[in-house]
Design a protein around this ligand. Structure first.
Ligand code: SF4
Length: 188
């Protein structure tokens, strides 16, 4: 155990243990619907990611997994009829991922919804979310991991009266894009 970890407060240790227990419960629920936990994570990612981020490479970054592992996950989801892969319009070497109607229907029964409801019932969902996001960013920073935060919190996001704009990619953004997560996101 490193010294820096030992200096964490009692409350911080308690929070870390609670996150671990919640994660264990989530893993157990992650075999519902005939999927495994990683397949559920990939489905959720594709549902939440913007059009610049629905690629196998970005999914590998999000999951902190190898391209080979992600490829196997995507083959399984495609075989179950839950996602489809198309060639990217901008880069023919890159694939773009999309949910099928079956994938969207399965996400209506996402086992993670139960945890989201439990968090809502604490009455502090926004505070819990902000705290966990801060902890995740700190955990990712030394590993060079990407935060994948919502577009509207990115320093390149330019809010408009109607449409919004990405100053990094020079692309228009819709209200739906503003809520989506992005592989290029950098905290404002
Ligand atoms: S504003 Fe940031 S998060 Fe949004 S599309 Fe551009 S780079 Fe991605």
């Amino acid at each position: 155990m490193s010294k820096s970890r030992m200096r964490a407060s009692f409350a911080a240790w308690r929070a870390a243990h609670l996150v671990e227990r919640l994660a264990r419960l989530q893993r157990a629920a992650g075999f519902e619907g005939g999927l495994n936990p990683v397949q559920w994570e990939a489905l959720r990612y594709i549902a939440r990611a913007n059009r610049f981020s629905r690629t196998p490479a970005a999914l590998a970054d999000f999951l902190n997994a190898t391209r080979g592992t992600v490829s196997q996950t995507l083959i399984a989801l495609e075989g179950k009829g839950l996602i489809e892969k198309t060639r990217s319009v901008k880069d023919a070497r890159s694939q773009s991922l999309a949910l099928t109607d079956g994938g969207r229907a399965l996400l209506d029964d996402d086992p993670e919804a139960a945890l989201a409801r439990d968090i809502d019932e604490t009455g502090d969902a926004a505070l819990v979310s902000a705290t966990l996001e801060g902890a995740l960013r700190r955990a990712l920073a030394p590993r060079g991991g990407k935060p994948f935060g919502p577009c509207k919190t990115c320093r390149h996001f330019r809010r408009g009266a109607g449409a919004h704009h990405c100053a990094l990619l020079n692309e228009p953004l819709s209200a739906q894009d503003a809520e989506a997560i992005c592989v290029e996101m950098e905290a404002a």
